[in-house]
Design a protein around this ligand. Sequence first.
Ligand code: NI
Length: 378
Amino acid sequence: MEGLREKLTEYFEWFHRHPELSYEEYETTNKIREILLEAGVEILPCELKTGLVAVIRGEKKGPVQALRCDIDALPIGEESGLSYASECEGKMHACGHDFHIVSGIGCAILLNEKKEELSGTVKIIFQPAEESSLGALKILETDVMEDVERIWGLHADPTNEAGVLGIREGYVTAAVDRFIIKIKGVGCHGAHPDDGIDPIPVAAAVVQALQTIVTRNINAFHPSLISVTRIQAGNTWNVIPETAELEGTVRTMDKKDRELFEKKLAEIAKHTAAAFGAEAEINWIAGPPATYNDGEMVIHSMKTADKCGFSVVPEESSMGGDDFAFFEEKIPGCYIKVGTGKGQLIHQPGFKVDESVILPTAEYLAELMFDSLSASCI
Ligand code: NI
């Protein structure tokens, strides 16, 4: 389509200049709506505060599939030096979701022009709040996914050059769980620890013991980890506090490991605390499960990559997470990493996307949606 490259680049720069945080993507949503309506793309009526769903109904019969594009930004002050850098202080599209938005828009525009030939329906989900790790649930609370039989997703990848896709079969990102452990002892004077129950050595013992879950309880061939990222107790030098708090994250790939981890973490915290005469209260906050790439969809994504002139490298799995996995609890999915030029990693203030990759990515996605429906491999 003539002029599409220029248009998508212009849209991309607009989204990059106007980043909005999770659940606040109002301007972003309005802009996506405006662009899609102008291009004659249908938008599904659905009750989302932010985010929206476009639909392309093929004139030939076929199944319904979805493409997920997340749209939110991060609370990071941009230091990219780009002429179109963020105009919102302290906020930045540092995870490339602006690139995901325009790839989805481009895909919608291209597919819309081929809908007489399209065998089935494609829903393009502009999803809010991926960075909160729970935004996908906003989509799942609507009826948008009810008839969808499989879902595709993409992510910008600054570890690969433009023109390279990272694709792997099986687990791609980990399940993301968060925990808070509150240890309750008995506060007292720092000079008289025997009058109380000091929660600080209890917290230290719990931190040490938690690491043994990975090395002593989980199969050594299964990736898993625990990071205690916050430890807080007391506020002065001569008072033993009453409580200590630990917080952190657990990452697993396997569903059974995830359940085991939750159980062992609670047991270790409770019993370790009890051994010192203290108590532990555990708050386990479950995030998205692991993302898993379906074998047949992976084959499709690779074939189309070849056809569109992309080269494919095997993607390494990551202990990071993506709420894309919530969709995959219901239907098969495939999550593709798109090389956006080597540079600063995502979530860094100097992260950049090579603009030359925008149009080819939109074309690739449109081709992938089209071909996978034609092949009717559902
Ligand atoms: Ni991201």
